[in-house]
Design a protein around this ligand. Sequence first.
Ligand SMILES: [Zn+2]
Length: 282
Amino acid sequence: MVVPPRARLASVGALLAVALTILAASATAPPAPRTRSGGPPDAPVASNGGDDLAGPDTSPAAPASPYDSFASRIPKFPPAPVPQPITVPAGPSAPIYKRLPVTQPVAFLTIDDGWFQLPDDPRLMLAAHFPFTMFLIAPVAAKNPGFFQQLEGAGGVVEDHTVTHPSLKGASYEFQHHEICDGRTSLEHTFGTTLHLFRPPFGNYDQTTLRVVHDCGLKAAFYWSETVNNGVVAYQTAEHQIRAGDIILMHFRPGFVRDVIAALVAIHNAGLTPALLENYIA
Ligand SMILES: [Zn+2]
């Protein structure tokens, strides 16, 4: 026997009603207020050049907002120690680090590329207020500098991640020079800061890359110790714990908030505090 058309219609109608209710609920949700834990909405770039590791933000809590559900999951860290930077070896090539040989209880969060720029990202970083490094693709950053300037105001520092995000390994000196030096120059022009560090796209590099990094006036290049994606930390060693000096890689992706919180929880569980990479490279 065939189901009567009316019965089918009724069940379709019920489904539609549920869908519409959900849609209506999301449509009528109030716009998230731009809450901040302190500072003017458009703090100048130089207000936190990344050298201020005096401690976590101690300004009063922001008023309640939907965003507070994220903020409540941010671990509390002790103040970062006064940095004891490592000395970068002199020579014709820049060094590349997978992790930093430091003994202080710190780890470094790095965020790459810049493709997805979601309003929750600066909200989270302003609330969490810890230092981090952004290796940005120069033209991507130049299209929406205001987004990244908000992140600078939250403790982020912009560094070089090329112009077109190619795999540099095996490419000519001239090509790599264009990608690395012009990326640096462009980002410095966009943000009015001086860049010091470089990350090769995909982690692909060769000896030419390290020579070019040095020749472009950058101090060091960075690989990574752990990655974070979909709210999960992927460890490169069997220990499954962040170690002092580890460099954690994540990206500007739709899961940014989950990824940042996963990274911070992992750093916290390891008894470490987030610190700024730039402050550890003399
Ligand atoms: Zn990248």
